[in-house]
Structures are given as structure tokens and as C-alpha cells.
Write a protein that binds this ligand. Structure first.
Ligand code: AMP
Ligand code: MG
Length: 408
């Protein structure tokens, strides 16, 4: 067996970032910038008001309360038609440009309109610059807004749109083909004959691919037949940037993914010192990374999480490849036996009283996928006897936003 970190390094060394592509803004979320982005204009583009109220000369309000002549109205989007003179005010709405002559805004709540709005009483004095948002206060023209390597989150997309930048150069999003292998597998809802198993890995893996912001390609379900497997993998490496296979990489008599991949490319066959997901294969077929994931339902997903996802993120230009780990306290026993492996237990975590607590999400067999569905994290159990209540373990939080965890 080899340590997980060694297996991860084998993979990462062979999965370089892809080339770049210019994407419309609406497709760029989650991608990584390939070049620097510079602001061609200032944001805001002009001095404007942060409040609904009156644009005034601050000096006029020094002896408040004071009555001012209202000489106009400026809605957001309107350009000032005249300047504000001494003892004058312009009614102004949030976002409208500060008219020439004015140097402050008095919010409407500090005023009292007279005679149907022709005059207004400023009831408080305001300093120069009051509620004025200066041009360039968010971004100055010429500023480098994003360096290469920036992950485009929703706020980044908003910043780009706010600058009138509607196409952005990013590292290409890998296309990832997924193929299931196994004579026992069936796709669809027909009743099962004895010995048949429904193909779930292709669906869970394509979902992981999609959740990771990658483009999934369904390469179908193939029999344990070398020719069929060869054809599916050949199609995958031609049309995709990476291929995931599930099943056929362990020690069984019909594990022919192994035989076929050895013929097609430079493969490394690994027994990784983890549970679940010990068997793992990786190599390049015609230069395209191929991940041979184990067939057990939980194993294939954990293998993706620990070995495929980091590499696919690297191909996409990310530098943070692994999910962050936090320390958590076992709220109930998480038992295991010593076997030289790190165990990744399916757990449910909650955060309360300033600490994470974990407990088992259910059956820990590598075929018990419902416990992974019930889990929102993986607890990392070092070789040994596991954790007793109160023991501290490392926790990998999965899909944090989609589940609530448990509460006492
Ligand atoms: P294998 O790695 O091909 O020996 O498969 C190990 C176990 O995982 C067997 O019980 C298979 O039936 C099961 N299995 C393999 N592929 C899938 C799949 N795509 N969906 C669900 N179970 C699978
Ligand atoms: Mg099989």
C-alpha cells in the first residue's frame, strides 16, 4: 500500500492546467482567470449621492435650521442641468450625480419641505462631502482588478459586469467523461434479475463532476468486455480532457478495465492506504488523464473526492486543490480496527458552542451509499481504534450549503 499523499502526488504531477478560453460572463462563474483584468473606467463613474435628500452647499447649513430654495430635482440616471447656488438646494435621489456647486447631501429625514416643495428647511448642519460617493471610490480607472489565478465568485462576476467587461479569459473548464463498467450492471427502472445491480456510480460521479464546476460527459455503461471498454475509453480520451472509469480495477477475474488500460496507456496501479477506496488506477492514455476508480458505490465517490477532484481542480487552474479540514470532537464513538489505512468515516457534523461535533452518519460499509447521502462530512480516522466521545478528529466538510447537520 502507498500513502494517500503519494498517490495524490502521482496524479497531480500529470494533470497540468488546461489552456485558456474567453467566456461570456454568464458562463464564467467558478472559473479561474487566465490573465490580469484591468479597469478601463472608474466605479462609480461620477460623484453621486448615497441617500435620498437634497444636494446643498455644506456652508449654507452651518447655521441650521435654515431655509433653502429648491431649484430642481435629480432622479438616478438624470444629468444635472444647472448648478446649485448659495441658499439653494436640489432634490436628489440615491445614485444621481451631485450637481455642480453642491458639495454635500442632507438626507430627506433631516429636512422639512415647505409650500409643496418649492422651499425646504435643512434642520441639521452637514459637513462637506456628507453622503457623497466619490468617483473611483470602489475602483479607479487603470487599477488591476483581478490578478491571474483569481477564482470567479458571484461578486467577481458582478465587478466585471460593473466595469462593462462581458467576456473574460479563464482557464478552460475540463470536460470529464464518466463510464461505468460491469456485467452485473443495469441502467433504468426494470425489475432486477438475481445478480443484477443498478448502475449508480455513473450518476453519482457525473454529479460530483458537475458540483465541482466541471463539464460532465456521460460515456455510458459498458460490459466487462475488453473491446467495449476499449471503445468507450478511446471515445473518452478523444472528446474529453479527463476520463473517469468505475469498477474493474481490483483483483477479480473479470476486472478487465485493468487489462485494457494497460494496453492503451501508461498506468500506475495503486493500493492506497485508505478505507474506503483502496484500489485506484491512474495514467495517461494518449496524453489524457484516466482515473480508474473502484466500483463500490462509496469507494468511487471517496476516490473522486480525494484523488480525482484535486487534480481536476488543478487542470481548471485552481491552486487550492483540497477541501479545507477542521478539527472536530467526536460526540459518539467512531470505532475502527487497525489495518495500516486512514479511514474516512461518513459523519454528520454540527457546529455549536464554538466547535464542530461529529457522529456517524450510518453504516460504514463501502457499499452503504445511503450513509454517504445522510452525511455532510468525512471524519479522518488515523490508523488505530478510532475515536471515543470527546476525542478530536479531522473533519472534511462536504457540500456545506446543502445540508443542515444535526442539532441537539
Ligand atoms: P468492481 O470494482 O468492478 O469489482 O466492483 C465492486 C463492487 O461495486 C461490486 O459489488 C459491483 O457490483 C459494484 N459496482 C461496480 N460498478 C458499479 C456501479 N456503476 N454502480 C453501482 N455499483 C457498482
Ligand atoms: Mg466489476
Amino acid at each position: 500500500m502507498i500513502p494517500l499523499t503519494e498517490a495524490q502526488q502521482v496524479v497531480l504531477d500529470r494533470c497540468a492546467p488546461l489552456g485558456t478560453v474567453t467566456l461570456p460572463l454568464v458562463e464564467a462563474l467558478g472559473c479561474v482567470t487566465a490573465g490580469a483584468v484591468t479597469a478601463a473606467e472608474a466605479v462609480p463613474a461620477f460623484d453621486n449621492t448615497a441617500m435620498d435628500g437634497y444636494a446643498v452647499r455644506a456652508a449654507d447649513t452651518a447655521s441650521a435650521p435654515v431655509t433653502l430654495e429648491v431649484v430642481g430635482t435629480l432622479a438616478a440616471g438624470a444629468a444635472p442641468e444647472r448648478a446649485v447656488g448659495a441658499s439653494e438646494a436640489v432634490r436628489i435621489m440615491t445614485g444621481a450625480p451631485i450637481p455642480p456647486g453642491a458639495d454635500a447631501v442632507i438626507m430627506v429625514e433631516r429636512t422639512r419641505a415647505l409650500e409643496g416643495g418649492g422651499r425646504v428647511v435643512a434642520e441639521a448642519s452637514v459637513p462637506a462631502g456628507n453622503h457623497v460617493r466619490r468617483a473611483g471610490e470602489d475602483l479607479q480607472a487603470g487599477t488591476v482588478v483581478f490578478q491571474p489565478g483569481e477564482v470567479l465568485q458571484p461578486a467577481h462576476v458582478g465587478v466585471l459586469a460593473g466595469l462593462g467587461i462581458h467576456a473574460v479569459e479563464v482557464v478552460r473548464r475540463p470536460r470529464v467523461g464518466v463510464v461505468s463498467t460491469g456485467d452485473e450492471l443495469v441502467d433504468g427502472p426494470e425489475p432486477l434479475a438475481l445478480g443484477q445491480v443498478r448502475d449508480s456510480n455513473r450518476y453519482s460521479l457525473l454529479s460530483l463532476v458537475s458540483e465541482a464546476g466541471l463539464e460532465g460527459v456521460d460515456l455510458g455503461l459498458v460490459r466487462d468486455d475488453p473491446e467495449a471498454i476499449r471503445a468507450a475509453i478511446a471515445r473518452g480520451v478523444e472528446t474529453c480532457d479527463a476520463v473517469l472509469t468505475s469498477g474493474g480495477v481490483s483483483m477479480g477475474d473479470y476486472d478487465c478495465v485493468k487489462v485494457v488500460l494497460d494496453e492503451m496507456g501508461e498506468m500506475s496501479w495503486m493500493q492506497v492506504a485508505i478505507k474506503p477506496a483502496k484500489p485506484f488506477a491512474f495514467g495517461l492514455v494518449g496524453g489524457t488523464p484516466v482515473f480508474g476508480l473502484p466500483g463500490n458505490t462509496v469507494s468511487s465517490m471517496v476516490s473522486f473526492e480525494l484523488l480525482a477532484r484535486p487534480a481536476l481542480r488543478q487542470m481548471m487552474g485552481h491552486t487550492q486543490l483540497h477541501r479545507p479540514r477542521v478539527q472536530a470532537t467526536a460526540a459518539a464513538p467512531l470505532r475502527r480496527r487497525p489495518d495500516g489505512k486512514i479511514h474516512f468515516a461518513r459523519v454528520v457534523w454540527s457546529y455549536s458552542g464554538g466547535r464542530y461535533e461529529v457522529r456517524s452518519a450510518g453504516g460504514q460499509g463501502s457499499h452503504q451509499l445511503s450513509a454517504l447521502a445522510a452525511a455532510n462530512g468525512l471524519a479522518v480516522l488515523a490508523d488505530g481504534h478510532g475515536a471515543e466521545p470527546g476525542d478530536v478528529v479531522e473533519l472534511i466538510r462536504l457540500h456545506e450549503f446543502s445540508r443542515g447537520g444535526w442539532h441537539r
